[in-house]
Design a protein around this ligand. Structure first.
Ligand code: URA
Length: 426
């Protein structure tokens, strides 16, 4: 078999066989196919697409490119969740302790930020002392003993995805349904959970910009999960606006802590509680309404925040942060971004907001950059809100004074005004 022929076949719009997909993944993982040929094939897939069979085969081959984690030592049905990536998306930090507090074990392997989107592992590392690189044994032990653990993906979990994702990130081949579906589902299959809930984001801050593509992506991933014996469900949620008010690692942990105590922003509570209830429903704890009641009780009774504290303590983090936010890394500069005009915020280009937060230090410019956990943006106004000239729309947090102006310019571009109050999306 020759990589050249595989590229040519997909370039001309033909279907790849499982043998060709296996050859590509195996040889690429073993460094026997150079990045330029892998990039050419990715671009051919991006432009020509893959059918359901090819996508399912690609997913399976990528899942088996590394370790397949065995969670069978943990009693009960194990449930996992994945988001397709967004801005201000801290739902895992809220729903994982809630689901665990309701008695369903959560063994969650999470990722770091990608492009303009944030990652759960980076957020958790904003908690002083929190260790996300625990051993497989400790990860399983924690889930067995306290019902929850969130850790970074080990190096050998779907390594084919790790290599391909890095290439897609720099070759403009991320936003393709088959490539996203296989990337996400290969990791989920390798992570060993019995049930999977997917939060498929849609809108300007998501990789899928329109609802039709997002629904298509959701259906494709659900089908892959179901065909491999994992009950899978997806909800499509709005990412045309940051989720909650906080964007940036410490700021988002603080917002998650507030939400776990029933004091969070309405949109974040709605999405997190819905996902948590769907996870319980997938694990056969009852009807959706019954599961939603369990979620609300876990939050109102304080069990959810206690479970979060237990997880933080178990993974070496300082639990005092829950009651004292001054223990988080603090930004040297806090700058109020004020409105230049009066009107309603009609739209927020959410990917640009993600980039503004990244500029302030909350994300990585390159793979090697380190994150400033204190950096980010705290919004006071979002889409649909009335703003007067000179009123504060958001506060920027950073340790890089020189980045404030460029972040403000990005926000100027990201926030659109109108005279009329806009219709809000659900
Ligand atoms: N998240 C992933 O893990 N992979 C993608 O391709 C996109 C979002």
């Amino acid at each position: 078999m020759r990589m050249y022929d595989i590229i040519e076949k997909k370039r001309d719009g033909f279907e790849l066989s499982i043998e060709e997909i296996e050859y590509f993944i195996t040889e690429y993982c073993n460094d026997r196919i150079p990045d330029y040929q892998a990039s050419a094939l990715l671009m051919a897939i991006f432009l020509r697409g893959m059918n359901e069979r090819e996508t399912a085969d690609l997913t399976n081959v990528m899942a088996h490119s590394g370790d397949m984690i065995d969670l069978s030592d943990i009693p009960g049905i194990k449930v996992d969740k994945h988001s397709t990536g967004g801005v201000g998306d801290k739902t895992t930090l809220v729903l994982a302790p809630i689901v665990a507090a309701c008695g369903v074990p959560v063994a969650k392997m999470s990722g770091r930020g990608l492009g303009h989107t944030g990652g759960t592992i980076d957020k958790l590392e904003a908690i002083p002392g929190f260790n996300t690189s625990i051993s497989r044994e400790d990860f399983i032990k924690n889930v067995k003993e306290i019902g929850i653990s969130i850790a970074g993906q080990t190096g050998n979990l779907a390594p084919a995805d790790k290599k391909l994702y890095a290439l897609r990130d720099v070759t403009a081949t991320v936003n393709n349904i088959s490539l996203i579906a296989s990337s996400i589902m290969s990791k989920k299959l390798a992570s060993g959970a019995d049930r999977i809930i997917l939060d498929v984001k849609t809108g300007s801050g998501a990789f899928m910009k329109n609802l039709e593509d997002s629904v298509k992506l959701a259906k494709e991933m659900v089908k892959i999960g179901e065909n491999t014996g994992r009950r899978t469900a997806a909800i499509v949620t709005d990412m045309d606006i940051p989720l909650g008010f906080a964007v940036g690692n410490s700021l988002e942990i603080i917002e998650a802590i507030e939400t776990l105590q029933n004091r969070g922003p309405k949109d974040l509570m709605e999405v997190s509680f819905e996902l948590a209830a769907r996870m319980l429903e997938l694990c056969e704890l009852g009807t959706f309404d019954k599961c939603m009641n369990m979620v609300l009780k876990a939050v109102e009774s304080g069990k959810a925040i206690s479970k979060f504290a237990e997880m933080v303590e178990r993974q070496g983090g300082n639990t005092d942060i829950i009651n004292d936010y001054s223990l988080f890394p603090q930004a040297e500069y806090k700058y109020d971004y004020v409105s230049q005009k009066a009107g309603y915020i009609e739209a927020m280009k959410t990917d640009t907001i993600g980039v503004a937060s990244l500029e302030l230090g909350a994300g990585r410019e390159t793979k090697e950059s380190s994150i400033d956990y204190a950096a980010g943006i705290l919004f006071k106004k979002k889409t649909g809100d009335r703003v007067e000239k000179g009123e504060v729309i958001a506060t920027l947090y950073t340790n890089k004074e020189e980045k404030i102006q460029s972040a403000c310019s990005l926000l100027d571009r990201a926030i659109c005004f109108s005279e009329e109050k806009p219709q809000l999306k659900p």
